[in-house]
Design a binder for this molecule. Structure first.
Ligand SMILES: [Zn+2]
Length: 233
């Protein structure tokens, strides 16, 4: 197998694990998708028809940098333009998750801004809200979402879901988890009192302490083991 083949197979494995973790956490549902940008600029993404709760390395399709599909290839998700637009706008981004997470989406439905209510939530930075709940199924809306994301790590699509980007599959997955854990904390705290919102000083201190690759790997490893996903290496 050549180097390109090897790296694609590794990406398929990583995305399989990422989707498996995020699906079990309620972040990716039956329609969510997770992509990675390959070394040659093409995009590897789970197919539109893939069963997210039983995902495997074969459930992915490679499309061109502009979403070009080869003949007889399985169809990608209808919201592929979201990925295409984000990768065009952000050369630094190598992986993107779009889910419909319960708590983060609830906040956006209720018009409540994302606030840092747990330490790891500080790593998301500003989380702007894209104002439309409509499917990101064409380049016009894809580019608009990429504009809202701008240089950040995450955006919420109002009453729809989340978009989280990273330097690789592991980073995008873990940031997606942090976003949702923080949103759940924020929501649940608001049901019994006033959520404690971290100060700017505390946010900066959390970022300095937690923006470490080893801690991202710790979170990834924790959920892989918790969900019995460690045997597929
Ligand atoms: Zn969606």
């Amino acid at each position: 197998m050549d180097a390109k083949g090897r790296s694609e197979s590794i990406f398929r494995r990583d995305l399989t694990q990422g989707i498996s973790i995020l699906e079990r956490l309620g972040i990716i549902d039956f329609n969510g998708h997770f992509s990675v940008r390959l070394d040659d600029g093409r995009i590897l993404i789970n197919t539109g028809s893939s069963v997210r709760s039983a995902i495997g390395p074969e459930d992915f399709v490679v499309v061109g940098p502009n979403g070009e599909l080869s003949e007889n290839a399985p169809a990608p998700p209808a919201e592929l333009p979201l990925h295409v637009s984000a990768y065009h706008a952000r050369p630094d981004v190598q992986a993107l998750v779009h889910g419909h997470p319960r708590w983060s989406t609830l906040l956006s439905s209720a018009g409540r801004p994302y606030q840092v209510t747990m330490a790891q939530g500080a790593l998301l930075g500003d989380v702007p809200v894209f104002p439309s709940p409509m499917s990101v199924s064409n380049s016009r809306i894809g580019n608009a979402v990429a504009g809202t994301l701008a240089g950040g790590r995450a955006t919420l699509l109002r009453a729809h879901g989340s978009v989280v980007v990273g330097n690789d599959v592991l980073e995008a997955a873990v940031l997606s988890i942090y976003l949702e854990l923080n949103a759940e904390r924020q929501y649940r705290a608001a049901t019994v009192g006033e959520p404690y919102v971290f100060s700017q000083e505390q946010i900066l201190a959390c970022r300095a302490g937690l923006e470490k690759r080893g801690l991202f790997e710790k979170c990834w490893s924790y959920y892989r083991a918790k969900f019995g996903l460690t045997t597929s290496d």
